[in-house]
Design a protein around this ligand. Structure first.
Ligand SMILES: *Cc1c(COP(=O)(O)O)cnc(C)c1O
Length: 404
């Protein structure tokens, strides 16, 4: 029996089956590469789902975390630490937050969303408006905002008062926002729905509609934030100031950390002492990770690099001719290759055999969200292999049709 087989058998008898059978058993990484337990190397273009912003083993992250582990991993929120304060200040700076803004640290994206829901409730209004196709997490509050039926249905009834509107439709949003609406929550790019970008005009209209109705505008930057699209936050291209931003994935470079950034004193003061809390949120280890990620994005000029790589990648993919490949969409290092047939899952399997990790974000779209430190040469590994991967995906799909 192979080492992988052995581990997966043990996995199946010890872990809850919510993720299905894992694709690989990994034991370490370096930069944008990861290795499985049999010593096979893979180019990781999924980056832990847009999490490993600095890849694996980045010296800045290793140094910051090693130092912090030796000093203090955790102290609880009865106390604060210099790192926690510094990270909050830096997040306010990169968010271009007005005076009186404030940060609440959590441990994950869903928890940042939960904090946003509680802030919205404190407006005294119980309505929430989210978009069709939205993904805001799996905890029971966040799940009420997530749109996918298969995720929701087994857990209904969910938090009441949520309306979903077609993403990108200004008039539908205007019609849904009423005097009962506490908050509108939107992703600037819907990652889980297949990397669908809202126009800057839509985001500006959302700002105008919520302001007019006295509702909060919460922008979910959990996937798109912290440089993923070539700016600190994807909403910044629209030139708006939301009332709150949720972040998580890339912020800790792999260490779990999430945050709600409330912009402006009115929103920042909605949650009063005792009305929310967390044991782990913003602990010294998480803060050190966040500070190392922000500092490295600055010192390595990653925002400009990510923006340029995104454009380069789209041009490069545009030159590939293959009957299955219909296009590429996205911004910076959040991109999806679109397929003419629903063979994305087969393409993921074929790519793995080529030593490349991709994500089938829908049956007809392959997502990449690699570390921000990736190079053109590394992205070229995918571009060079793509025609063969797509041929193999087509062949596997044809096989499946003839032998059901
Ligand atoms: C991943 C994600 C979440 C949920 O984050 P978790 O850390 O998995 O709880 C919420 N919103 C968006 C846009 C995400 O991509």
């Amino acid at each position: 029996m192979s080492a992988t087989q052995d581990y997966l058998d043990r996995y199946e008898t010890s872990l809850m089956g919510v993720f299905g059978r894992p694709q690989l058993v990994l034991d370490h990484g370096a930069g944008v590469w990861v290795w499985d337990v049999e010593g096979r190397r893979y180019l990781d273009l999924v980056g832990g789902i847009a999490v490993n912003a600095l890849g694996h083993g980045h010296p800045a992250l290793v140094a910051a975390l090693s130092k912090q582990v030796a000093e203090a991993v955790h102290v609880s929120n009865f106390f604060t630490t210099p790192g926690q304060i510094a990270l909050a200040e830096q997040l306010l700076e990169v968010a271009e937050a007005p005076q009186g803004s404030a940060v609440f640290f959590a441990n994950s994206g869903a928890e940042a969303i939960e904090a946003a829901i509680k802030v919205a409730r404190r407006t005294g209004r119980t309505g929430l408006v989210a978009a069709e196709g939205a993904f805001h997490g799996r905890t029971t509050g966040a799940l009420a905002l997530t749109h996918k039926e298969a995720y929701r249905a087994p857990f209904e009834p969910l938090l009441p008062g949520v309306t979903h509107v077609p993403y990108g439709d200004v008039e539908a949003l205007r019609a849904a926002v009423t005097q009962e609406t506490g908050a509108v929550i939107l992703e600037p790019i819907q990652g889980e729905a297949g990397v669908l970008e809202a126009s800057a005009d839509y985001l500006r209209a959302a700002r105008e509609i919520t302001s007019a109705a006295g509702a909060l505008l919460v922008i979910d930057e959990i996937q798109t934030g912290i440089g993923r699209t070539g700016s600190w936050f994807a909403f910044q291209r629209a030139g708006i100031v939301p009332d709150a931003i949720t972040i998580a994935k890339g912020l800790g470079g792999g260490v779990p950390v999430g945050a709600l950034i409330a912009l402006g004193p009115e929103t920042a003061q909605l949650l009063q002492a005792g009305q929310h809390g967390t044991t782990f949120g913003g602990n010294p280890l998480a803060a050190a990770a966040g500070l190392a990620v922000l500092e490295t994005i600055r010192s390595e000029g990653l925002l400009a690099k990510v923006a340029a790589l995104g454009t380069w990648f789209q041009d490069r993919i545009g030159q590939i001719e293959h009957p299955l490949l219909t296009g590429v969409r996205g911004v910076g290092l959040l991109q999806a290759l679109t397929l003419a047939e629903p063979v994305a899952a087969h393409a993921v399997t074929a790519a793995r055999a080529h030593g490349i990790i991709l994500n089938a974000v829908s049956p007809t779209a392959l997502r990449i969200a690699p570390p921000l430190i990736i190079t053109e040469a590394e992205l070229d590994v995918l571009c060079d292999a793509l025609p063969a991967i797509l041929d193999e995906a087509a062949a596997a799909a044809a096989d499946e049709r003839t032998q059901p």
